[in-house]
Design a binder for this molecule. Structure first.
Ligand SMILES: [Zn+2]
Length: 359
């Protein structure tokens, strides 16, 4: 391992194990098997110790050929003041520990800032207090911000909400529905769909104005429309006639299926229970070519005993590929289940393994 860090490797390893945001910016860790690098606080699944490498800067880790993790975006945030970066770090910490009790005192202790200073600076950067931010996360007020699989912190910060607290006040309007009625296919909701033949059978994509809400495979086109109707019984469905957006997405997916590119970053509109959403978002953090087990998923969402429920949430995924439930295997390495057939799952895993090797 490299020894360019200003802390010992034991300390770095411990920070990674604890997902300790206090070490963010001090070093980065890369995973040999995936070619991805992360901040210490990244909530993605931890890799085997033997596969970890530590680096002191983004420049060094990228020079070594690693790519930035999409979840913790370690390459972002170089801009902005140190003060701002610290506040982003604190927000990330709150986001990753949102199920726990977090007080201003515990934050100020952890990040070595006075409570008053922390409160004021946090509000200046995010437009809301740490407590409001935490509350919003716990109440799922920020769902709409998270549809691309990005973190709430990133969404809030990069959207430049800064000194405005509108995002919090308007969270319900932003969802388009109040959280209580935030369920599949609200009455009259417009969903457009299109279908294309791929190397893995017919694929139907359907989208609301927020993003893709349905992506499924079938041998027959007619089956797909029936599936869409069953999933969104109250929505108004219309066939898309030459939507540039859907065309682009199909093209991106086609490229991906031919192993010419990585999985495209397409906006999603996921609907489900709070638990399902947590599982689906976790699935989006699993790297290509590095499948995990259902147990890993349960642990990843911090409910280690909910293995069956996690498997069931995978099985209820409505967005094939883009919410990559195919990257979850049984603990013994067997394929487990797949909503669109084990042949498709096997093929996708083989494809991604090949792609991951080429990097
Ligand atoms: Zn990461």
């Amino acid at each position: 391992m490299t020894s360019e860090l200003d802390i010992s490797e034991e300390e770095a390893l411990q920070a990674v194990r604890n997902r300790d945001a206090a070490y963010d910016g001090r070093f980065y860790f890369a995973v040999l098997t995936t070619g991805i690098y992360c901040r210490p606080s990244c909530s993605s699944r931890a890799a085997k110790v033997a596969n970890l490498r530590f680096f002191s800067s983004v420049h060094r880790v990228e020079s070594a050929g690693f790519r930035a993790c999409k979840r913790c975006k370690p390459d972002k945030q170089a801009h902005g003041s140190t003060e701002e970066n610290t506040m982003v770090m604190i927000a990330r910490y709150i986001e990753q520990n949102s199920d726990e009790r977090i007080t201003l005192a515990s934050l100020s202790d952890r990040f070595k800032l006075s409570s008053a200073h922390l409160q004021k600076s946090f509000k200046a950067v995010f437009g809301l207090s740490p407590r409001e931010f935490h509350h919003g996360l716990r109440q799922h007020h920020f769902k709409a911000l998270m549809r691309k699989g990005s973190s709430v912190t990133d969404a809030l910060y990069s959207a430049g909400y800064g000194s405005s607290s509108r995002v919090y006040e308007n969270a319900d309007q932003q969802l388009g529905m109040t959280p209580g009625s935030y369920k599949v296919g609200g009455a009259g909701e417009a969903i457009s769909y299109a279908c294309a033949k791929t190397s893995m059978g017919f694929l139907m994509l359907a989208a609301t104005d927020k993003g893709v809400c349905f992506a499924m495979f079938a041998d027959k086109k007619s089956d797909l429309l029936a599936l869409l109707k069953a999933e969104f019984p109250d929505a108004t469905l219309s066939r898309s006639s030459g939507s540039a957006q859907l065309d682009t997405w199909f093209l991106a997916i086609e490229h991906y299926l031919l192993a010419k590119t990585k999985m495209p970053d397409i906006p999603l509109d996921l609907r489900g229970s709070a638990f399902q959403l947590r599982v689906w978002r976790f699935l989006q953090t699993i790297a290509e070519g590095s499948p995990v087990s259902y147990r890993d998923v349960a642990e990843g969402i911090k409910q280690p005993s909910a293995i069956r429920a996690a498997a069931s949430a995978c099985a209820k995924n409505r967005v094939a590929l883009l919410v990559p439930c195919h990257r979850v295997l049984r603990a013994d390495g067997k394929l487990g289940g797949y909503r669109w057939g084990l042949d498709v799952k096997r093929e996708l895993l083989a494809l991604e393994k090949e792609y991951a090797c080429e990097l």
